[in-house]
Ligand binder design. Structure first.
Ligand code: FES
Ligand code: FES
Length: 154
């Protein structure tokens, strides 16, 4: 039995030592906003925040992250209101098929926390580990820059 703190709630999960955080989130906690893409640490679809920083949940064992603050896409909205990055992605039509969007938005949220006034080049670099199979990076980068503006960055 392990104890995971996800989106501010403690969860006790009966979980073997070799189960990944991604599997626990999707299968045990039914937080299916976290996507499984490559399952090899390459696409970023499974990104979650741990202690506010982005990590690939397919590459981590659930037992490793006990006691840490884990945030999934389901934890970003407050009282049903999307966070400013989610809002920017919607307003700028940066969600295409949507498969990469949770990982992109979590990565961008962590990035803008650290760098609220990024250049476009920095924004491109920040999401370089998140692959969009729709190849629609222009709108995604625009949405990140727009989120920065809306938050009083640029
Ligand atoms: S599913 Fe984890 S990096 Fe692709
Ligand atoms: S929006 Fe389809 S994979 Fe990115």
């Amino acid at each position: 039995m392990i104890l995971l703190k996800v989106n501010g709630t403690d969860h006790r999960v009966d979980c073997p030592d070799n189960k990944t955080l991604l599997e626990v989130l999707r299968e045990d906690l039914e937080l299916t906003g976290t996507k499984e893409g490559c399952d090899q640490g390459e696409c970023g679809a499974c990104t979650v925040l741990i202690g506010g920083r982005p990590f690939r949940s397919c590459m981590m064992l659930a037992v490793e992250v006990q006691g840490k603050e884990i945030t999934t896409i389901e934890g970003l909205a407050k009282d049903g209101t999307p966070n400013y990055v989610q809002q920017a992605f919607m307003e700028r039509q940066a969600i295409q098929c949507g498969f990469c969007s949770p990982g992109m938005i979590l990565t961008a949220t962590a990035f803008l926390e650290e760098n609220p006034r990024p250049t476009k080049k920095e924004a491109v670099r920040a999401i370089s580990g998140n692959i969009c199979r729709c190849t629609g990076y222009t709108k995604i980068v625009d949405a990140i820059m727009y989120a920065s503006e809306k938050k009083g960055g640029n």
